[in-house]
Design a protein around this ligand. Structure first.
Ligand SMILES: Nc1ncnc2c1ncn2[C@@H]1O[C@H](COP(=O)(O)OP(=O)(O)OP(=O)(O)O)[C@@H](O)[C@H]1O
Ligand SMILES: [Mg+2]
Length: 331
């Protein structure tokens, strides 16, 4: 089962450059959360702080009951990292090892499994990410997308309780991205692990996660359930999740006040329709999925027109009970 990560008052700088400060939020156990933000806002740095590869200037990171990450000793960190599967932005594969050995590495490092057990796990994960047959390839001989998928296979071999993935979908073609998103949903349904995915893909962000967060202007602007974030009229949140040009976010991260004033207010500030969430392959809602429209109703927020209608014209708010009933029937 997944575990929660509680982040309190986190601040990180490099020299005089403050990356972000006062980041406080809880990544809920067993749910899929996504973190977005313009390039350079410190998303990758944030993930590295969660696993103790970078130390914050101040603040706390509590991973379940494992203690405060910035204050753990090497040995405790080593134990804690076992619970994580991490896919780094560049894949972080060992250049001199073939894919098989790269993916087997955490099993050899952290477990006492026999080589034949290792073999079956490695081949299973490689098949899962579409890399069967590439066991002997060196990282230097494969495409960027393949490196990503190899990194993901390696992140999964220890059946982690928390999966962190830094732009797993960058460098993948649209079809592979669709497969990858489905894989995340199915893994979450099966393992109940906690997911934190950094992505630039708005299409993914709008249908995959249970919770969304936005890093901007040296802070976490918003983090919460998908319906809260996708219906938000907060200027930066609205601009980002609707991929609009008008708004406080510019090419070089943020625009100056003059430029914002010149553009005027965006008449298109109405949030786009909230689509139904991506379902597991077996058609049963994940335990972490919330009833469509529930957050909006509880907070008296009107759903953006056209929300929760799928390609066949069905309204998921009224069909939800039928879907849940299907989940409760034995397989
Ligand atoms: N080890 C480091 N030393 C000094 N500065 C660093 C270090 N790592 C990151 N930075 C700086 O921190 C800032 C945030 O970097 P980070 O890689 O976290 O951005 P990001 O949000 O992941 O961007 P992208 O979307 O392009 O991946 C950048 O300005 C970067 O130059
Ligand atoms: Mg990054």
């Amino acid at each position: 089962m997944g575990i929660e990560i509680r982040v309190e008052g986190l601040r990180k700088s490099f020299g005089r450059q403050v990356i972000w400060e006062d980041v406080t939020f809880t990544i809920p156990a067993g749910e899929i959360s996504a973190l977005l933000g313009p390039s350079g806002t410190g998303k990758s740095v944030f993930l590295k702080n969660l696993v103790g590869l970078l130390r914050p200037d101040r603040g706390h990171v509590y991973v379940g009951d494992q203690g405060d990450v910035p204050r753990l000793h090497e040995k405790q960190l080593y134990e804690m990292r076992r619970r994580f599967g991490v896919l780094f932005q560049d894949g972080a594969l060992f250049g001199s090892m073939n894919l098989y050995d790269n993916i087997a590495f955490p099993l050899r490092e952290h477990t006492r499994r026999s080589e034949s057990q290792i073999r079956s796990i490695v081949l299973e994960k490689m098949e899962m990410v579409g890399l069967s047959g590439a066991e002997e390839k060196l990282p230097g001989e494969i495409s960027g997308g393949m490196k990503k998928r190899a990194g993901l296979a390696r992140a999964l071999v220890l059946d982690p309780e928390i999966i962190l993935a830094d732009e797993p979908d960058s460098g993948l073609d649209p079809v592979r991205t669709a497969y990858l998103n489905q894989l995340f949903v199915d893994l979450n349904a099966e393992l109940g692990a906690t997911f934190l995915i950094v992505t630039h893909d708005i299409g993914t962000a709008r249908v995959l996660p249970d919770n969304l967060g936005l890093l901007f202007r040296r802070g976490l602007v918003m983090f919460g359930p998908r319906e809260m974030v996708l219906s938000s009229t907060h200027p930066a949140v609205n601009q980002f999740f609707n991929a609009r040009r008008k708004g406080p976010i510019g090419m070089a991260e943020e625009k100056d006040q003059a430029q914002i004033a010149e553009e005027g207010t965006d008449p298109g500030v109405r949030p786009a329709p909230i689509q139904p969430q991506l379902m597991p392959s077996d058609g049963r809602p994940r335990p972490a999925m919330r009833r469509p429209g529930e957050w909006l109703r509880a907070h008296r927020v009107e759903a953006p027109p056209g929300s929760f209608i799928d390609d066949e014209g069905r309204d998921w708010r009224t069909d939800w009970d039928r879907l849940v009933e299907a989940r409760q029937r034995p397989k």
